[in-house]
Design a protein around this ligand. Structure first.
Ligand code: AMP
Ligand code: MG
Length: 415
């Protein structure tokens, strides 16, 4: 058996980023930047007002208060979107709106709440002393023209889209999305829908793996079910080579009909067949077929999903150009004991939540690798190292969140 970490290292060394394409800003969410982004202009482009108020010379408001206001002449109005008129002269103020450029001559903005407009005489009473620079957002304080604002390999989230838009990038170079062939193997499998006949079960790995692929911002290509024959597997795996990556499930252990290994070996130049020291999930085939990574995942539904998370997701992220593709482990306090046998790294389905002391992890009952219901209830995996025998309640353990469902507090169904 080989350690999970060694298997992942070998896989990540074998795969590399795919080609690059150009997409519009609106299509770029979830993609990975294939080049660094340099700002075409500064942000803010000019000094501008952070408040609705009056732009003025701070020195002229020295000592101003409610009881002793300073009266200034209002030179003109300056809404957002218009260019400043004349410079602000002595004894003058400009009525300015949030986001409007600060006119030359002014060095502060007093918020409107601290002023009182003279009724008809075109004056304003300033009722607070202003500091130089007060309520002014300086040109370039966010970033300067020519500054590198985004790195190559960055995942594009809404914040990156705001940055791209502000920095003047209307189209972006991103890595191509990997197309991933998904093959389910097993004579017992039927597509879900009609009641399965005797000895048959619905194919759940196919739809689940396609969904996992889509969740990696990759493109699933569902090739359906292969029978447990060399011919059927050969046909599907040959068809799969039109994609950038192949993921199959089932048929990789030591059963009489587990031919995936044989066919992968026949088609692939450098296949490896591992017994990975993990639970769930021991058997795993990996190799390159025509320069494309092929994963033979175990058949048990939970094993295939856990193996996908450990090996396929990081590989797809690297192929999609991501600079960060190794899973982060969080620390959480265990709410119940866990017992495991040493020898394999255990991934225990769990509920990760947060109490007044921080993160806490509750292991779920029914950890069998066919128990989809436990996977449904889980939002994280507790990691028990291969040399461990489990943990006691209140110990601090490593936890891998499964998805963004950990971000939200479940609502009480009664409320
Ligand atoms: P195998 O490794 O092919 O022997 O499969 C191990 C277990 O996983 C068996 O109980 C299979 O019936 C089950 N299994 C394999 N593939 C699938 C699938 N696509 N959907 C649901 N269960 C599966
Ligand atoms: Mg099978």
């Amino acid at each position: 058996m080989i350690p999970v970490e060694d298997a992942l290292e070998t896989i990540l060394e074998a795969v590399s980023p795919l080609g690059v394409e150009s997409v519009s800003l609106s299509e770029s969410l979830g993609r990975t930047l294939a080049c660094e982004i340099t700002a075409r202009w500064a942000n803010p482009p000019w000094d501008n007002s952070a408040m609705d108020g009056y732009a003025l010379r701070a020195a002229e408001t020295a000592g101003a208060s409610k009881d002793a206001p300073v009266t200034l002449r209002v030179a003109y109005d300056l809404p957002a979107g218009s260019a400043p008129g004349a410079d602000v002269g002595e004894g003058e103020a400009v009525r300015i709106m949030t986001g409007a450029p600060v006119p030359t001559g002014a060095d502060a903005v007093v918020m409107v709440e601290r002023t009182q407009r003279g009724d008809a005489d075109g004056t304003v009473r300033i009722m607070a002393a202003a500091r130089v620079g007060e309520n002014i957002r300086k040109a370039g304080e966010d970033f300067q023209r020519g500054e590198r604002v985004l790195e190559k390999g960055t995942l594009i989230r809404p914040a990156e889209i705001a940055m791209l838009a502000t920095a003047g990038a209307s189209a972006v170079r991103v890595y191509r999305r990997p197309r991933v062939a998904v093959i389910s193997t097993g004579d017992e499998l039927v597509e879900t829908g009609p009641a399965p006949g005797p000895g048959k079960i619905p194919n759940s790995n196919g739809p689940a793996l396609c969904a996992l692929v889509a969740g990696c911002e990759a493109v699933p290509v569902d090739l359906g079910i292969a029978a447990d024959t060399v011919e059927s597997l050969r046909e599907k795996l040959t068809e799969a080579q039109a994609c950038d990556c192949i993921v199959s499930s089932g048929g990789v252990s030591v059963g009489d009909y587990d031919f995936v290994k044989d066919v992968l070996e026949e088609l692939g130049s450098e296949m490896v067949f591992w017994k990975v020291a993990m639970k769930p999930g021991k058997p795993l085939a990996f190799g390159m077929i025509g320069g494309k990574p092929a994963f033979g995942l175990p058949g048990n539904p939970v094993s295939s999903m856990v193996a996908f998370e450990q090996f396929v997701r990081p590989a797809l992220m690297k192929m999609a150009g991501a600079a960060a593709c190794k899973r982060r482990t969080f620390r959480a306090r265990l709410t119940e004991d866990i017992r495991t046998k040493p020898g394999r790294k255990n991934f225990i389905r769990a509920v990760l939540s947060s109490d007044e002391h921080g993160l806490c992890a509750t292991p779920l009952e029914h950890q069998g690798s066919g128990m989809i219901s436990t996977m449904v209830r889980a939002n994280a995996l507790i990691v028990v190292p291969a040399d461990g025998r489990g943990f006691e309640r209140d110990e601090i353990v490593g936890v891998e969140p499964l998805d963004s469902s950990i971000l939200f507090e479940p609502t009480d169904p009664g409320s």
